[in-house]
Structures are given as C-alpha cells and as structure tokens.
Design a binder for this molecule. Structure first.
Ligand code: UDP
Ligand code: MG
Length: 340
C-alpha cells in the first residue's frame, strides 16, 4: 500500500499563549517541566509557545534546553513551539522574564518558575480567569511549601508592595501569573534596570485578579535566593517603587525636631526658675547624638535615590543575549532595552 507523502513542515501558527520561564541551574527539573507544560498547553487547544530564558546557568541546563528545542528524535508534535534564549551571565530572574517578554509573540503571557514549585497544570485556570476580562491574574500560593526563613521576606514584600502600588495582593512573590499583551507592552517600555515584574504590571493593569494555585516543595536543586539577595530585593522595591521611605524619614525628622525644640524650651524655663545644672549639658549631648544619627539616616536614603538616578542615567544594557533557538534563531542581541 502506498504511504502518504510526508507533509512539508507547516509554518507554526502565531501563538496565543506565550509561557516564559527563567532558568538558573535547573538541570534536574527541565525535562519534566517541558513534558508537563506541553501536555497541559496542548490540552488547552490554543496555539502556544514556550520560551525558556537561561539566566547564565553553569550546569547542564542549556544543553537540556537545546535538546528540548532541537530534539534528536521527533519528540513533540509540530504545533509545539519551544524557544530558548541564553544570557551571557547571570542577570537575575526578573531580567530573564523581561527578555522573555520582549521575545514573546502571544496575546496572553504566562510566567512561572522552572523548579516545578509552580505546577504547570494551573495555567488553564489562570488563562480562563484572564479571559473573564482581567488584565493580569496572579497566583496565590494557598499552601506555600517553603521554609519560614524563605516566607518571612515575602511577607514584607507583600506588605510593602500592597502599600506602595496601592493594589493589595496576597502574594506578590508568586511568579505563576498571566498577563495580557497590552500590559506586557507597557512593561517593555520600562527602561529601569532593577525591577519587580508583578509590581510593575500592577502599575499598568486596570483589572487585577488573584486566584489560589497549588505550590509544591522544591524537589530538586536549591533556592537561588540567599538572605542577602532577599534583603537587597526588599530594599530595591522600597526605593524603586515609591518615595514613601523618604517621606517617612522627613516626617520623623520634623517630629523629633519639634520634640527637641519643646525639650530645649523646657530646659530654658527650668533654668530660669531652678538655676543652671551640670546634668543638663549631658542631656543636650544626647539630643545632639539623636540628630547626628537621624542626619546620617536621611543622608543614606537620599544617597539611595541618587544611586538609582545614577543607575538609570547610565542606561546600561539590562542583559546580553548570547544565543537564540527556535524562532529568531541565531539572532544576537546586545542591549535588551525596550524597543531595542
Ligand atoms: N532564577 C533565575 N535567576 C536567578 C535566580 C533564580 O532565573 O538569579 C530562576 C530559577 O531558576 C527559578 C525561578 O527563578 O526558575 C525562581 O527561583 P527559586 O526557585 O530559586 O526562588 P524561590 O522559589 O526560592 O523564590
Ligand atoms: Mg522556587
């Protein structure tokens, strides 16, 4: 019986969903992640692409991603579009997502971690919610499987972000999120070099929703966030998204100055009625030290803002892409600034 002629490779459809995954030394998780993603997204019945952004991994992650993009055997059906970008070095999780956003072609963008802590099976729920008319949908890790040591900095991030962006969310740290193309286009216009994507999205989204999603313990590999990195992230967020800290310090300064003035007045009146007293000099020294401490604190905060201005003015490239697989194959991009 004659065999049907093999169909010529069709032009892959324009993706409706782009899934963006930052990867930093996740060699043990990528294979399973790829399989689960393809299964889930195929089940959705919409054209999709998966974009892995290797954030300067030093393990075998890139080799595994290469195999996923160019399988030696015919592994996935033709509708499956897997792409990968490789950073020149480690630029950070959020920069990796920025790069993915710039490369993505879908109308709906979904981000998730590569470590399987965010189950890919939750993506259809996020997309369905987005299609109800929301601009971004965040996952909220109802049963978060992380240590207290890891959860504590997240509490402060949630509190800070809810206050400074004015959008109260339970879980800013969960990267299992869906965004509409328009929101991502606005995010892509942001030139700043240190940022936090869920907070940035809230600046541009009109309707924001949050739905509970599952969360698994990290099975393989280690968290890439040290305590130092988390503290830096908190500090970055505070100075990056609001002038509130500097206002608080200003308010504190005024209050303490007023109290100092009242205390000085009290000492003066006391001196008029009771007479000079040696202990009073020490009290004034104590007040002086309070002021010196306050000045230093204020100076440090002003310095932090000046530092940020300096960073932005320099307009350094946020990342350097070394290689691209899949669509845009071979394209090398130095810069990665929006619109570049
Ligand atoms: N990640 C990254 N660059 C980094 C740190 C992390 O691309 O510098 C990726 C990491 O591979 C994972 C995701 O960001 O896919 C979240 O990282 P991790 O699981 O270590 O963070 P945690 O779950 O502890 O918040
Ligand atoms: Mg994790």
């Amino acid at each position: 019986m004659p065999q049907p002629a093999p169909a010529s490779r069709a032009i892959p459809p324009e993706p409706y969903i782009s899934v963006i995954i930052p990867v930093f030394n996740e060699e043990e998780n990528l294979q399973e992640l790829g399989e689960r993603l393809v299964r889930t997204l195929t089940g959705l019945g919409r054209a999709f692409e998966i974009i892995f952004v290797d954030d300067g991994s030093t393990d075998r992650s890139w080799e595994i991603l290469t195999e996923l993009c160019h399988p030696s055997g015919q592994r996935y059906p033709e509708h499956v579009q897997i792409r990968a970008l490789q950073f020149h070095r480690n630029f950070g999780q959020h920069q990796a997502i920025f790069a993915g956003f710039q490369a993505a072609r879908g109308q709906v963008m979904v981000t998730l971690d590569a470590d399987l802590q965010n189950p890919p099976e939750e993506i259809p729920k996020l997309v369905a919610k987005l299609e109800e008319g929301y601009d971004t949908v965040g996952g909220w890790r109802e049963n978060r499987q992380d240590s207290w040591f890891r959860k504590l900095p997240s509490f402060s991030i949630n509190y800070l972000m809810s206050k400074v962006t004015g959008v109260k969310l339970r879980d800013y740290g969960c990267m299992l999120r869906a965004y509409r193309r328009e929101v991502v286009d606005s995010i892509n216009q942001c030139q700043e070099s240190s940022s936090f994507i869920p907070a940035l999205a809230n600046l541009y989204a009109r309707r924001v929703a949050e739905i509970p999603v599952g969360h698994a313990e990290r099975q393989r590999g280690q968290s890439k966030y040290s305590l130092f990195k988390l503290i830096r992230l908190n500090f970055d967020l505070m100075t990056g998204f609001s002038n509130l800290p500097i206002h608080m310090v200003g308010l504190m300064g005024i209050t303490i100055a007023l109290l100092g003035l009242l205390f000085g007045l009290f000492l003066f009146i006391r001196r008029l009625f009771v007479g000079p007293e040696v202990g009073g000099v020490f009290t004034l020294f104590a007040i002086l030290f309070v002021f010196v401490g306050l000045n230093t604190l204020a100076l440090a905060l002003v310095g932090a803002y000046v530092g940020r201005i300096y960073k932005e003015v320099r307009q350094r490239p946020r990342f350097v892409i070394r290689q691209t697989l899949g669509a845009d194959e071979g394209k090398v991009c130095v810069g990665g600034g929006p619109g570049s």
